[in-house]
Design a protein around this ligand. Sequence first.
Ligand code: TNX
Length: 718
Amino acid sequence: MRNLLLSLIFVATCAISHAANIVPQPTHYKAYSSEIVVTRQTRICVPNVALRVDAEYLRQYLPLECEIGEGGEGDIVLRTSRNLEVEGYQIEVNQHNIEIVGGSRAGLFNGVQTLLQMLPAEVYSGGLSLPIVVGCAEVEDSPKYPYRGMMLDVARTWFDVDKVKRYIDLLSHHKINKLHFHLTDDEGWRIEIKSHPELALEGGFRGGDSPIAAVYGAWGERYGGYYTQEELKRLVAYAAVRNVEIIPEIDLPGHSRTIAKLHPEILCPFEYNTAPLLGYDDRSAWCVAREENYALLGDILAEVAQLFPSQYIYIGGDEVDFSQWKSCPECNRLMREHGFDDYHLLQDLFIGRLVDTLSRYGKLPAVWNESARTATLTRQARVHGWESVEECRKATSKGYRTVVMPGQYFYFDMRQTPTEAGHNWAAIFDAEKSYSFDLAKQGFSLQQQERIEGFEAAFFSEAYIAHNPASCDYVDYMLFPRVCALSEVAWGSERSGWQAFYTRLKDSHYDRMEAMGIAFRLFPPKVKYEDGEFEVASDDGSKLYYRIDGTDEEHLFDGHLTADKPQLYTFISRRGLAHSPEVAHKSYYKTVRPAVSITSSLPESLRYPLSRAASYSAQAWSRRAGKSGDWILYTFDKVQDVRSIRIKTGNRHLPKNIFDAGYVEVSSDGKTFERIAELYGGEATIRPKNGVKAIRVVCTADGNGCRHIAVQPLEIKQ
Ligand code: TNX
């Protein structure tokens, strides 16, 4: 009686968890009006020691005793049953107990994730205080697709083990079950290979005295890191507990500049002009004809195969620069011997050799879609369609098990609106577009759909390096809530439309992500300016702030702000660690284009001369990399009185082809110059106090790992 009374008091006083709103949406979810109270006395019970690991996992979020046994009144019981699908599960929460049954440990894990989402969001922050009330419910759920993946590029920007573990946690909370681990690329080699220790010891670092050039960013010091085999084994085990399989990628035969720097003998034997690169050899493709290459690759793949239990090893196959093979006498001899008229077939030959090597280790290949182009590749390969939706359809038509990840929907290194950070080569899109992906609407026939193994999103990290890579904030912002959308698409339950999904996010999942410590992206607030007053609103309950251009301080926006110069104000919404992009009235983005001439100590490209930047039309190029003492001089026809000027070397949205280090000087008479800013990531924004007649950018670094430097038009605001 006393217990019952206490429970009633608890029911009245403690927070009741939100109804459903589970992400990804389960197939069946039925909520009842009754409740059960989880108290400190509640136990997590598993029938045998094999499931103890799952009980211990749950315990990290719900601090209860674990026990091997049947469980009794009030307990949480975890078990498996062969009658369910491997990754399927059932949950029953009734007034007596909570039971999760999984079709296997994987299914049980999925059930545990759903249960966590049925509890107050504080389960994720460690701030949960018992007792809690849980609404009674019945859930029956299983995924439509066995492959629900995320690719992390740890080669361009280094992610240490703790960061990777954190992403494994966050992904697994969304029932993502594959981590495609992009371990090698032109800019880094992140996996220890014991038979060739130099690969990680040297290839894990770039810049400073490393032979690997700092292509992305000003790294006067060695930058990077790598995973030891011991760390990788522990990581694989860590992921396995969370139902995540790690699929390692060694990107071949292109994207191999790092290993080629350490083993130049793997490159094609021809005279290469390194003059524009100040002596640096930037070739990135393995020579197909050099027999010894396959022995080295055999050594590497043997260790990779042994470290990772995944059946598939990812061997790349994307974006091979055929110009290297075209210039190679040995590759051309091979072409003639085989009667090939297409360099894709030469690539197939190379990939085919690796497929044989993998099969000796009991492994199958996974590849980027280019490797399936001619369809000579074994049908046992798993093909990842990244270039377009069309490439995904083609791979399925050729009979390949296909992972759908077209950049236009699932490359989360893409920008989310035009003025935000990130790439735009595939598209500019936010979570709504990822969420909208639909195989039938995209014209996949039923037969093609049967060959879909699942979905994957990618985060390539070349832009991350310019956004404080010591913190996860940039990645979080690019990934969430897009990963939430991916999880719905890949889990494959009936989708109810974006508005309903967005409402579920705002009502429940934002709180969870906040408790998970994710610096996720909020949708941009709407900004209006009328009759000298701002009207700004967000639709998610977040707080709004404004900033005056040129200052760092943020002020709370209380609903009223009058201003005669709307171009000076930017707005942002915040909620915990999450924030929206900065938005402003259209006048903020307005730039002026005064007449300017550009000269430089660098020889200019004939095709992309500096005059293109001077006429504000497009980026201009030099004919070689920058070296210490090089300069670019911008001279205005008339002295300019302006608010700000952004001077940018490098590509428009990537810290590449930059002055690796340097500074900016200004002059009001075109004769005497004053140093007023340092370059960061090849660029600087100046806010001149006096009129500006000329600007000079001076380089203090030798080389940038690229064939030229790019110069963007000045961005001038009045
Ligand atoms: C294309 S995706 C690439 C990567 C880049 C990415 C940037 C793929 C197979 N190749 O090397 O990092 O675009 O979005």
